[in-house]
Design a protein around this ligand. Structure first.
Ligand code: T4K
Length: 413
């Protein structure tokens, strides 16, 4: 529910106006498909009494994903972090693996958790994705692989990374957590590198409550991953590899099958909102909306603005405070960068020096709400707030008390 319009500084909630929204607007409210169909599926699985361990819904789900992506194998997993851990192990990565620091912490943790060293590499500031030229400079005799992340669903420079990997004999894995339903050069993400990993977490535009998948066109890698996600069991009483419990439960697959039936509606809602954000923020000084390639398939989940504080007079963090006061819970993904979080901050205190583009970007980006829960009216009002803030940036900075200790940190809904 929205409350009124915003055209002057005095209208802003942070200066005493009433909040634009009565309830909090989140960046990642779950998209839920046909609720009735989901409940039917849940009833069916309860009647069947088969809740996990490679049940029929997981089978169907894996087949539908593989068909949708045009990829040979899809292995459904309980979440993308475990999927990354399994893919990393199945590929035989060890010692040093080159990753961007501008990513969700799970990308780095999946390596460190298994005793490997994530070597943080800088990004291309235009794409926010790992820079292949930087990757090449960071290769050492201990490097065994590269993990590219398709940040915001915008595919990495797949060709350049593949070339570097081939020339140096390195494995190439993609963290495609954001990129389900996206394409690169007309091919669906999922077909690149040795394998790719998707996240179907509740906050992703397509979700299975918790969930993820490894997809690959490599038969033997797929077979290995399938065993590894089930403790290494190859039949009763026969364990062939070290493994873990990475199985997706049937209830998650039921959610996934249901969500797949509404996938185009989810994407259409994201795109509608994204295009409206683009129209309404167009021309605002110092506010740049991340662009998507309209010639490719795209899920339009992430609406990300870059704030140039020189041009607007307002910093990204102050803009976020303004939005939070209006109940718009914008997020600073991926501030402050993995290299500034533990254990990496202590292990590599100098890493920031090699990551100038990452350091600059982490202070500029802000993710805005999107998804089926967000209406055109919501977008209009969010943009009004941003407009007032961006056009009066310097004044806001002067009037607001120092941000120190006041940045929103509550994780409560
Ligand atoms: N690689 C990359 C590049 C990733 O971005 C991620 C995850 C992974 C790997 C690992 O994937 P998983 O292992 O999770 O499958 C969220 C998500 O938890 C995380 O999955 C995601 N990336 C990351 C970008 O965002 P937080 O810490 O922001 O979550 P939280 O609890 O603050 O929720 C985000 C927003 O969604 C809030 O605005 C609240 C809202 N929300 C959240 C949940 C869980 C809801 O409205 N309903 C819900 O059920 O990490």
């Amino acid at each position: 529910m929205t409350t009124g319009t915003k055209s002057r500084l005095a209208d802003l909630a942070i200066f005493g106006g009433s909040a634009a929204f009565e309830e909090k607007l989140h960046v990642g409210r779950p998209n839920i498909g046909d609720r009735q169909r989901l409940l039917e599926r849940i009833n069916e699985l309860l009647d069947r009494g088969w809740l996990s361990n490679n049940g029929p819904y997981v089978h169907q789900f894996e087949q539908r994903i593989a068909d949708f992506l045009g990829v040979k194998h899809c292995i459904a997993v309980c979440n993308a972090t475990v999927a990354l851990e399994i893919a990393i192990r199945a590929l035989g990565l060890k010692d040093e693996v080159i990753v961007p620091s501008f990513t969700f912490i799970a990308t780095a943790h999946a390596l460190q958790w298994q005793g490997m060293t994530p070597v943080f590499c800088d990004i291309d500031p235009r794409t926010h994705n790992i820079d292949a030229a930087c990757v090449e400079r960071m290769i050492t005799p201990r490097t065994t692989g590269i993990i590219g992340v398709h940040v915001w669903g915008r595919p990495c420079d797949v060709e350049a990374l593949t070339d570097v990997a081939h020339r140096h004999g390195l494995k190439l894995l993609f963290d495609a957590a954001h990129a389900f339903g996206c394409s690169h050069d007309g091919r669906m993400v999922g077909n690149f590198g040795s394998a790719e990993v998707f996240s179907f977490h509740a906050t992703k535009f397509f979700n299975t409550f918790e969930g993820g998948a490894v997809v690959t066109n490599d038969d033997s890698l797929a077979a290995k991953i399938r065993l590894m996600k089930n403790f290494g069991f190859a039949g009763y009483d026969n364990v062939e590899y070290i493994g873990t419990n990475g199985k997706m439960p049937e209830i998650s697959a039921a959610m996934g099958l249901t969500g797949l039936e509404s996938l185009s509606e989810f994407i259409a809602a994201n795109r509608r909102n994204y295009l409206q954000y683009r129209r309404e923020l167009d021309g605002l000084p110092g506010i740049t909306l991340t662009a998507y390639d309209e010639t490719e398939k795209c899920n339009y989940q992430y609406v990300v603005v870059e704030v140039d504080s020189q041009a607007t007079g307002i910093s990204r963090d102050e803009l976020m405070r303004v939005l939070w006061a209006e109940n718009v819970v914008a997020r600073r993904y991926f501030y402050p960068g993995c290299h500034r979080m533990e254990p990496y901050r202590s292990c590599f205190p100098e890493a920031g020096r090699r990551l100038p583009a990452t350091e600059a970007l982490t202070s500029r980006v802000l993710s805005l709400p999107n998804g089926t829960a967000i209406t055109p009216e919501d977008v209009r009002l969010i943009c009004e707030v941003i407009r007032v803030a961006a056009l009066n940036g310097a004044q806001i900075e002067r009037r607001l008390p120092s941000a120190a200790g006041q940045c929103p940190s509550s994780r409560k809904p």
